[in-house]
Design a protein around this ligand. Structure first.
Ligand SMILES: NC(=O)c1ccc[n+]([C@@H]2O[C@H](COP(=O)([O-])OP(=O)(O)OC[C@H]3O[C@@H](n4cnc5c(N)ncnc54)[C@H](O)[C@@H]3O)[C@@H](O)[C@H]2O)c1
Length: 322
C-alpha cells in the first residue's frame, strides 16, 4: 500500500472552482444532517502567527489540514498561509494521500462564499463590492463569477497596489472593476469583506436593505470587519456556530455580551439543507465565514479521487507495514 503525494502544481490541475462549489455545498448539507464529524480546531499560538490543526470526517474520508497564519510572512518572501493535508481511510486509518492544501484553502473559502451568495443574496444581484483586495478576494470573485451575472465590481483596499492588482485580475477575467472609497463600495448588492481588520471597516449606515454580505476576514478572536450595529439589524448565517462565536465576525459582539447564539439565524448548512430559511425579502443578510475542516476534506476527496483516476502524483511507500 502506497501513499499518494500531490504537489501544489498537481492539485491545481485536478479541481475547478465549479467542482469545489458543488463539493463544499454538499459538505455543508452533510454537516447539517449530522453525517460529518468535525471537532474544534486546535491552535499553537506564537509571537508572529499560529499553526492550526483542522480534522474532519466526511463522505467516507477522514483527514487533517495543518495550516499556518503568519501575517508578516510576505515581508520575508513567504506566503502568510501555507497548508498541508493528510487524507486517511477511516476504516483502517491508512494515509491515502499527502497534498499541498494552500491553493485548496483559498479555493474552498471562495467556494463557501459562492454557496452563501447562491442561498442568501438577491437573485437579481449585479453589483459586487469588495473591501480588501488580497488573495481571498480573488477566489471570492472566481466563485461568484460561476454563479452570478456580474455587471460591475467596486473595490477598496488600504493598499493602492493591492487595489490595482485586483482591478487587473478582474479585467483578466472579463469583469469590469472600479476602484472607489469604502463607503461607495458598500453601495452594492453583495459586499465581500476579506481584510484582517481588528476594528470595523464597514459602517452600519453605509449598508442598504437587501444587501448580502460575505464576511470572510474575521476568523480568529479579536478580528472584526463590520460595525456591531450592522450585525444587530441583519439576518446572520454562520458556517459553524462554535467557530463563529469564538473567532468569526460576531466574536467581538459576543465577547462584549451584545450578541449571543440566539441572535444567529442559522448555519449555512441548515439553509442549504432546507432546514432553515435563507433570504426572505429585502433584509440584510450576513454570512459569517470562519473556514471549516469539512470544506477542506470535501475538496481533498475530489482531488484524491481524480488523481487516482488520472494516475497523477507520486506514490511512495511512506509507512512501514511490517
Ligand atoms: N473565512 C475563511 O475561511 C478564511 C480563509 C482564509 C483567510 N481568511 C482571512 O481572510 C483575511 C484575508 O486573507 P487574505 O489571504 O486575502 O490576505 P491578504 O493579505 O492577501 O489580503 C488582505 C488585504 O486586506 C487589505 N486590508 C487590510 N486592512 C484593511 C482595511 N482596514 N481596509 C481595507 N483593506 C484592508 C490588505 O491591504 C490586503 O490587500 C485574513 O484575515 C484571513 O485570516 C479567512
Amino acid at each position: 500500500m502506497e501513499t499518494l503525494i500531490l504537489s501544489a502544481e498537481e492539485v491545481k490541475k485536478l479541481i475547478t472552482m465549479k467542482e469545489a462549489i458543488n463539493a463544499v455545498e454538499n459538505a455543508f448539507t452533510e454537516y447539517a444532517l449530522s453525517k460529518a464529524l468535525m471537532p474544534p480546531k486546535v491552535y499553537l499560538t506564537f509571537e508572529h502567527g499560529d499553526l492550526r490543526a483542522m480534522p474532519a470526517y466526511l463522505m467516507g474520508y477522514a483527514g487533517v489540514k495543518w495550516v499556518n497564519s503568519h501575517p508578516k510572512n510576505p515581508e520575508k518572501g513567504l506566503p502568510s498561509v501555507m497548508a498541508v493535508l493528510i487524507l486517511n481511510n477511516p476504516s483502517n486509518g491508512f494515509p491515502l494521500a499527502v497534498m499541498d492544501a494552500t491553493f485548496l484553502t483559498s479555493l474552498r473559502t471562495g467556494a463557501a462564499g459562492g454557496v452563501a451568495v447562491k442561498h442568501l443574496a438577491r437573485k437579481d444581484s449585479r453589483v459586487f463590492g469588495f473591501i480588501g483586495c488580497g488573495k481571498q478576494a480573488r477566489y471570492q470573485l472566481l466563485a461568484i463569477k460561476e454563479l452570478c451575472k456580474i455587471e460591475l465590481v467596486k473595490a477598496f483596499d488600504v493598499s493602492k497596489r493591492a487595489e490595482e492588482n485586483f482591478k487587473k485580475f478582474c479585467e483578466s477575467k472579463g469583469v469590469n472593476c472600479e476602484l472607489k472609497e469604502a463607503k461607495e463600495v458598500c453601495d452594492c448588492d453583495v459586499l465581500i469583506t476579506t481584510t484582517p481588520a481588528i476594528k470595523p471597516v464597514v459602517r452600519d449606515e453605509w449598508i442598504k436593505e437587501g444587501t448580502h454580505i460575505n464576511a470572510i476576514g474575521a476568523d480568529a478572536p479579536g478580528k472584526q470587519e463590520l460595525e456591531i450595529e450592522l450585525l444587530l439589524r441583519a439576518k446572520i448565517v454562520v458556517d459553524d456556530m462554535h467557530q463563529a462565536l469564538h473567532g468569526g465576525e460576531v466574536n467581538v459582539a459576543v465577547s462584549k455580551g451584545i450578541i449571543s447564539e440566539k441572535d444567529i439565524h442559522a448555519t449555512l448548512g441548515e439553509v442549504v439543507a432546507g432546514l432553515k430559511k435563507g433570504r426572505e425579502g429585502k433584509e440584510i443578510t450576513i454570512f459569517d465565514s470562519t473556514g471549516l475542516a469539512i470544506q477542506d476534506i470535501a475538496v481533498a476527496k475530489l482531488v484524491y479521487e481524480k488523481a487516482v483516476e488520472r494516475n497523477a502524483g507520486k506514490r511512495i511507500r511512506l509507512i512501514d507495514l511490517e
